[in-house]
Design a protein around this ligand. Structure first.
Ligand code: ADP
Ligand code: MG
Length: 635
């Protein structure tokens, strides 16, 4: 307290200030007694704190941008040189500071954002610890210029390694400009931990992406080594910001979340539609009350929400914004404020899962449009005659061994484009244009061209060509069918001729005991038969199980890891997902036309038709525009 009241008087004179810093280093009685315990000098204490707050140049950028945002900036310009190691400069047009505040801002635990411990319960700003500036100044060459909007002059302060060297009038525009040079110049050990300039630059860019996505109404500019990396205008919506920062193409593949999830937790933003994923977590952005955070709970919930819509080893793309009562979130967990603690983590988890599931399923109708034949949309069913592609055209005969293209003489024009490789016979009596009544009120029309390589169903729609992977499609259909049956009355079981008994190690046995009822619902007739011994007398009818004991060992192995925390339902789904694959139409099973047609119709009626239970896409679209490009008709 004493320190604070002194500041007002002392700040006018820089020389006194330097002196003041010197006497603040505690030459206390404690030290005179040669005690073993000493109070650390302030600069050292700041450097210790800096270890946690300022890990790398990206943390400097993060803290400075957060300060600018808290200061109400509408425009933030960031300049970095050599991965931020030689320079980080952040200029904002926020509220600025007067001289006293500017000096005070460099003190440890000096903040304008909270006043009491009670305020910690509901922090409404990004900063609140009062640690960033002193931490940064203690490990760099630091220059601050700041000016309040109506002030005649601003203030410039230069600090080197935590020691204030210059305080004078400055003449910059209103707002605050902070320059951090030679980061960690006085901490060689820390400097050694820095990565290459490129890596550090990328980390910085990631930080700026987070802030830019979190605050679309603020304009951001990034200059890297003299090059303009991006200049984002202030926008009204998150969608616009995503478009400006990434691309329209990305935005088009996102699903907008509808806002409310529960009364207590609102979830908004965008998530990638099924099939859109990345190899890293770099585009999995999560915000809680406007703060970009990392959260194991939410990451796991996102994964769970995507469940079968995500390929193994891939990460979803999310711009997920959770808003909840500030008192229900503790942000004071980590010095870098990267993590938060939820008062009710289960509620958060469930809200996220539900929200993602609903969003993915909401895409279904839109997706079904992809199957609509090019000319089918506006006409009622009876007007097929108007459709240019003659409805009575027969499906083409393709020989399975048509790879021998030498048979085709120069004069022969195939009825339909023939792809390289073998083409399966689809059937010879199917109509090209089929009308089917799907679960939806309006009838759906789709147009099958043929089957390529006994695997890919080729279809035509208004956008161009659609390819459906018949194996993946069948997996999805079986998966949803079995899941529905499991929910309703259980999966049909097939009795074994001879019941078998088998032993398992105690842990596996325990797992089976705990999940017995789910396994039974799955059509696995299993019961205890003494300690660690089981009897199995039936297996799921849809499976081709030759050795029931072997099958059970495998199921236990596959699933015991996956199901620790999840529900019985989920366990069942895992059993199905792991096993349908073996049962589904194989890649090279030739299907006849009615079968292909049924496959497509069934797929259209699935909850998540666009991917197989392992998250691989069931369908890809090649647009006419893409074809035109490939054929050099359009550049
Ligand atoms: P915190 O942000 O946790 O309060 P900091 O050390 O980051 O702590 O900043 C200390 C104080 O300095 C802030 O509380 C704020 O009042 C002031 N400050 C920092 N940066 C700016 C800025 N760009 N514009 C206006 N005020 C700022
Ligand atoms: Mg701060």
């Amino acid at each position: 307290m004493q320190t604070l009241s002194l500041w007002g008087k002392l700040s006018a004179s820089p020389t006194v200030l330097v002196f003041f810093f010197a006497i603040r280093e505690p030459k206390t009685k404690v030290q005179n007694r040669m005690s073993r315990i000493r109070l650390l000098p302030d600069i050292v204490a700041s450097q210790v704190a800096a270890g946690e707050v300022v890990e790398r140049p990206a943390s400097v950028v993060k803290e400075l941008i957060e300060n600018s945002i808290d200061a109400g900036a509408r425009k933030i310009e960031i300049t970095i040189h050599r991965g931020g190691m030689s320079l980080v400069r952040v200029i904002d047009d926020g509220c600025g500071m007067d001289r006293d505040d500017a000096l005070l801002s460099l003190e440890r635990h000096a903040t304008s954002k909270i006043r009491s411990a009670a305020d910690l319960q509901a922090v409404g700003t990004l900063g609140f610890r009062g640690e960033a500036l002193p931490s940064i100044t203690s490990v760099s060459r630091f220059r601050l210029t700041t000016r309040e909007p109506n002030a005649i002059a601003g203030t410039e302060i230069i600090v080197n390694g935590g020691k204030i060297d210059i305080v004078r009038d400055g003449g910059e525009a209103p707002g605050t400009q902070i320059e951090v040079r030679s980061l960690f110049y006085n901490l060689p050990a820390r400097r050694k931990f820095l990565r290459s300039e490129n890596t550090e630059s990328r980390n910085i860019e990631h930080q700026i992406h987070l802030q830019a996505i979190g605050h679309p109404h603020i304009a951001f500019t990034l200059l890297r080594d003299g090059r303009l990396i991006f200049q984002l205008p202030a926008t009204a919506t998150l969608g616009d910001r995503i478009r400006d920062l990434y691309s329209v193409e990305l935005l088009e593949r996102l699903i907008q979340l509808n806002g409310a999830a529960t009364r207590k937790i609102q979830i908004s933003g965008f998530i990638g539609q099924a099939g859109l994923s990345r190899q890293t977590r770099a585009q999995q952005l999560i915000f809680v009350n406007g703060r970009a955070i990392e959260s194991g709970i939410i990451t796991a919930a996102i994964r769970e929400g995507y469940h079968t819509a995500l390929m193994r080893g891939q990460y979803p793309v999310t711009f997920l914004f959770l808003d909840l009562d500030p008192a229900a979130v503790d942000v004071n967990v980590h010095p870098a404020k990267r993590e938060v603690r939820f008062r009710d983590p289960t509620a958060v988890r469930e809200a996220v899962i539900r929200c993602i599931q609903q969003a993915l399923e909401s895409r279904r109708t839109e997706w079904q449009e992809k199957f609509r034949a090019p000319h089918a949309a506006p006409e009622p069913v009876g007007t097929a005659a108007k459709i240019p592609s003659a409805p009575h055209r027969e499906l083409p005969h393709f020989q399975a061994d048509s790879g021998d293209s030498g048979h085709r003489s120069a004069g022969f024009v195939p009825p339909l484009p023939v792809m390289p490789g073998s083409v399966a016979v689809v059937g010879d009596h199917g109509r090209v244009q089929q009308t089917i009544a799907s679960a939806e009120a309006a009838p759906q029309q789709f147009q099958i061209i043929g089957v390529l390589n006994k695997l890919y169903v080729l279809m035509e729609n208004a956008d161009g060509l659609v390819l459906v992977d018949q194996h993946a499609a069948h997996e999805r259909i079986l998966f949803e069918d079995l899941r529905r049956r499991m929910e309703e009355q259980g999966v049909p079981a097939q009795k074994l001729l001879l019941p078998q008994t088998f032993d398992l190690p105690p842990r596996d046995a325990d797992w089976i005991e705990r999940n017995m009822s789910t396994l039974q619902k799955m059509g696995i007739g299993i019961e205890s038969f003494g300690p660690n011994t089981f009897k199995i007398d039936s297996v799921p009818a849809f499976l081709n199980v030759s050795d029931a004991t072997q099958f059970m060992r495998k199921v236990t192995d596959d699933l015991k890891g996956a199901s620790n925390s999840s529900s019985a339902m989920r366990l069942g789904e895992e059993v199905i997902a792991k096993t349908v694959c073996r049962h589904a139409v194989k890649a090279n099973d030739p299907l006849r036309y009615p079968e292909v047609e049924k496959l497509i119709r069934d797929l259209l009626n699935c909850d998540l038709p666009y991917c197989c239970p392992h998250g691989r896409p069931t369908m890809i679209q090649i647009s006419l525009a893409e074809l035109e490009k490939k054929f050099g008709r359009k550049t």
